[in-house]
Structures are given as C-alpha cells and as structure tokens.
Design a protein around this ligand. Structure first.
Ligand SMILES: [Cu+2]
Length: 121
C-alpha cells in the first residue's frame, strides 16, 4: 500500500481506540426479571467520569462488593443518572442489591444486574 493509504488507515485505527480521558457511560436496562448493565466491564482512564444512565422506570441500588469501592452503595434513581470519578486504578465490581435484581453466590454476582468496570492509568 502507498504512504497515503497507510496514513488514512492509521487515522482510522486511532479513531477506533478509546480517547484518552474518555468518560464511560453504563446503561441500566431491561425489565423485571431481565435487568442488566451494558456495556459490561468498560475501561476508563483514572480521573475520568463513570456515568450510569437508568433507562428503566425502577430504582436500582449499585453496591460494590470488590475493588476500591467495596462496601459502598449508590442509588440510581428511576429514569435517572448517577456519576462518579474513580481515583484509583483497578477493577471495580458491583451489583444491584434491590431484591430480585441480581443473584449473589460464593462472593460473586452470578446473574442479573452484575456490573464491572476497569480503571487504568
Ligand atoms: Cu436493580
């Protein structure tokens, strides 16, 4: 391939990778019996915003059970939003603790509203 084509290809590849400092948006979606978080396990740069958008008309309770926010719980209001900026790198695991919205077994979230995201430098 010639230099110009290679250059265009390189720019396209650059567009395809996540922008530095890009915020991440996670949707709470579905209906009773099939609620979920999407996307699962997105990556965000340290200091950037992680935002949740609730597309359901139900309140969800995001409870962190592993990682830097272990033990913390945040309310995601019905049809509402919540966001926070993680300051430490690593994996953050959480689930919705509204009864019936997720299954927790052996220290792991095994079904339903199980969520995770990664914070990198
Ligand atoms: Cu929920």
């Amino acid at each position: 391939m010639n230099g110009r084509v290679a250059g265009v290809l390189a720019s396209l590849l650059a567009l395809g990778s996540p922008a530095v400092g890009a915020a991440v948006k996670i949707k709470a979606k579905g209906s009773p019996g099939s609620f979920s978080f999407s996307p699962d396990d997105p990556h965000v740069q340290k200091g950037s915003k992680v935002a949740w958008k609730n597309t359901t008309s139900y309140t969800h309770e995001l409870t962190f059970y592993k990682g830097k926010w272990e033990g913390k719980s945040f309310t995601l209001p019905a049809n509402g939003n919540f966001s926070k900026k993680p300051k430490k790198t690593g994996k953050y695991l959480y689930r919705c603790t509204v009864p019936g919205h997720s299954t927790f077994s052996g220290g792991e979230c095994t079904s339903g509203m199980c969520g995770a995201f990664h914070v990198a430098n």
